[in-house]
Design a protein around this ligand. Structure first.
Ligand SMILES: Cc1cc2nc3c(=O)[nH]c(=O)nc-3n(C[C@H](O)[C@H](O)[C@H](O)COP(=O)(O)O)c2cc1C
Length: 200
């Protein structure tokens, strides 16, 4: 692969709003997950792990989302809980991303950043092998039921999950607006002032 085609893939990636059967094959899944092993990682701690959820496993995951939501917001209406259960069925396969800090010597935020990079690596690798992906989350990262199904330790948190499945061209969102660099990038000059970034 050339640099140009890699960058083209990165620049063209969009999340798939609709993901249908079939889910990725075992070989595709293995290739996609392997991408997580290449992310920037201070100390090479690999401070993440994944739980693949598919088939009827999705019911257990959806139920854990609903129970954990109830734990965080007691009295949540039944319709809201059903909506959470249904989230698990929005694709044939999903990968729960677990941030799993491994060392007290490396800052926790760095290990969390690596886990987040692993999520992006998975999303990007899926795109590269022609599998649609979409990273979703809930406003909590831990709880009793979630810990039970994902085996979370006291130190671990779920950083959402990545839906995987077949995306169709017809549902594809328009390309994202390119980043206006002048709005996001400045350059520190020798006098300690920050100046606008000029591309040319
Ligand atoms: C950690 C994380 C959690 C996310 N959770 C949600 C979510 O719960 N719901 C949602 O609509 N988008 C969520 N997103 C954003 C989508 O994955 C996606 O990036 C967004 O819809 C923009 O689409 P694009 O990736 O094609 O630009 C999340 C992204 C990240 C990184």
């Amino acid at each position: 692969m050339t640099d140009a085609s890699l960058l083209d893939l990165v620049l063209a990636r969009r999340s798939a709003p609709v993901l249908r059967e079939p889910g990725p094959s075992r070989a595709e899944l293995a290739r996609i997950l392997a991408a997580a092993g290449t992310v920037p990682d201070h100390g090479t701690l690999r401070p993440f792990r994944f739980v693949v959820v598919e088939g009827e496993g999705r019911a257990a995951f959806g139920e854990a989302l609903a129970q954990t939501a109830s734990e965080h917001r007691p009295g949540m209406p039944a319709a809201g809980l059903d909506k959470l259960r249904a989230k698990a069925f929005r694709s044939p396969t999903l990968i729960a991303l677990i941030a799993s800090p491994r060392s007290a010597k490396i800052e926790r935020w760095e290990q969390h950043a690596t886990a987040a990079c692993a999520g992006y690596a998975i999303v990007l690798a899926a795109h590269a092998v022609g599998v649609g992906a979409n990273w979703k989350s809930v406003p909590f990262t831990r709880g009793a039921a979630l810990s039970r199904v994902l085996g979370l330790t006291a130190d671990e948190e779920m950083f959402g999950w990545i839906h995987l499945g077949r995306a169709s061209e017809a549902d594809a969102p328009a390309p994202r607006e390119p980043l206006v660099l002048a709005e996001f990038v400045t350059v520190l000059d020798s006098s300690g002032e920050r100046r606008t970034f000029e591309a040319t």
